[in-house]
Design a protein around this ligand. Sequence first.
Ligand code: ADP
Ligand code: MG
Length: 702
Amino acid sequence: MMQDFLDSNITYLSGVGPKRAELLNSELNISTFRDLLYYFPYRYVDRTRFYKIAELDPDLPFVQVKGYIRGYSTEGFGSGKRLVAEFYDETGAMKLVWFKGIKWITASYTTGIEYIVFGKPGVFNGVVNIIHPEIEASEKASQRINSALQAQYNTTEKLKAQFITSKTISKLTGNLLKQIKFRIPETLPAYIVSGYHLMELHEALHKIHFPGNVQEMEKSRYRFRFEELFYIELNLLRYKTYRNQKNKGFVFSSVGENFYNFYYNNLPFSLTGAQKKVMKEIRKDLGSGRQMNRLLQGDVGSGKTLVALMSMLIAVDNGYQACLMAPTEILAMQHYQTISKMLEGISLKVSLLTGSSKKSARESVDKALQDGSLNILIGTHALIEENVRFLNLGLVIIDEQHRFGVAQRARLWEKSSNPPHVLVMTATPIPRTLAMTLYGDLDVSVIDELPPGRVPVKTMHYLDSERNKVFGFLRSQIALGRQIFVVYPLIKESEKMDYKDLEDGWDTISRVFPAPKYCISIVHGKMTPADKESSMRLFREGYAHILVATTVIEVGVDIPNATVMVIESAERFGLSQLHQLRGRVGRGADQSYCILMSADKLTREASKRLEVMVRSSDGFEIAEMDLQLRGPGDLEGTQQSGIPFDLRIASLAKDGQVIEYVRGIAEKILDGDPQLDEPQNAILRTELKRLFSQKQSWSSIS
Ligand code: ADP
Ligand code: MG
């Protein structure tokens, strides 16, 4: 019954009519009382602090000022037309400005009454102003629920235009809390609330909106951060337990002929310690009788391809087929070439299947897949098409996983009666605590060591105005017999402009490095696969000195003689992407260089990013910085993560410690009560169901 109350439609709250309800619903997703209570403030303003008008300047954040309206006037014309109130206190005067709702404002606020005005100060024509301030009579303000820290809520332009401001939301929430005459039932078991010193839900829901002081505010917010992350981790771990019970993995009991043949006769170098460690982890999974779901993280150049190949050989030795899926045709082709070469002299059938495979090739692949004569299939998205059927697919390897959506991966899953083992490889290191959440139900292996003899890449940052210096350097590298990548950003939203940049860049470079002395090749997304491949070949085989490209070369391309990576408009790339690109060089024994070219003027964030690149070559440190600078929302792959809703309050970037803490707690609970059958855990089941039930389809594979 009390639960029913919280589920009431928001229209039943006084102060909310059908029109407001509709807006709250469409703009903020608030449709019930509970939704409103869980619409948390994004920050708090110290309402005990008042500024004098003489103290205001546009560098201040939100401020509140007490004073009087002297009178109104209108300024400007057309869409610039605005209502201006002169507002004064004993230290001076400022302007309050409205572009909308003029009639309502002049009717509501008059001279002779003391108001509290709240907003972000700006300046126009040398006069301080606040545009669309919140405004309230001082007397009324003193009657509100008393809270020194006033909650601020995010609203939208559309809401503001209808006068649903942060203050309105605060009022509605206050009204609702006053109406709640019962104790809001807990959503965490009592032993957790008391055991981990959390504020009880009832109190926390009050204090998060109306904290009496900073401690109360922090304690209430912590309770919700804890709870949000706890349920996410509990859900992931429970899913993992469930999957392990349900899916019997194929047992690859032995390591056989092909593996040993490769290992002793074909392997051109010895494995690094990290590669050995990871192979051990994988072999253990494959022999365990459980289905493997493993994420393999390893910096660019750490030798993941080899791990993939050896894992596939184990599958083959046990009578199964294996496939390796790459995000681009170039990469698939390169994997195919590398792997075919590594398997020279070993009689296995390896084929390539991509979107541009000819019909006849496709048919023979299909046939060989189904009669079992094909052992290893390498390809792109084409592998997940309906008509590709395997006789007995035992292992799926997904390279550079962040380019594949979960749904796509799930389709691969369906290609076998029993789910195949899955190894997901990524070269984008993910901070540990983020991985716990994004890939919380996967086991994680890390290759944290590069093959020996690598010389670290030197990274430098140059401005556009220093371009001639850079060209001089490139000439000297070419004279030494080295090859050069020049990469241009390609961002979907500004594709046309980017191609223009690419073309201009190509023109300049062709002029500075003229034929026949120099040979330049180009690769970009608008070329046919055949043209791309022939350009790549020109470069790979050493004829072309310079490869001009868009980011298609970002992942995987392996050309040891290329020692210089020039990244144009580097400020437009994210850190992880820059790191990926840099990984294309430094693969041979020679000193390699990464040159970041940027505009002369940079934002602070951009120059920080470039600084990090110059300073660090550690993929995990860079990933951590990326997370701090940009937040996890921008990280590739976040959308396909295991989190089926937007986080209300916790932050994957900032709450790493909490994530680790609650994951430990969730593990302990599931160890003692895997099905959550015990009475004290009944709440956990109810909440999991409420939070995740309709949203669970993401998870069959990742
Ligand atoms: P990535 O992890 O980026 O996919 P690759 O698998 O492409 O890295 O390996 C990068 C390069 O390092 C390749 O040329 C590969 O042959 C070489 N390599 C891999 N493992 C070793 C090793 N143990 N010793 C020496 N070189 C290795
Ligand atoms: Mg690779």
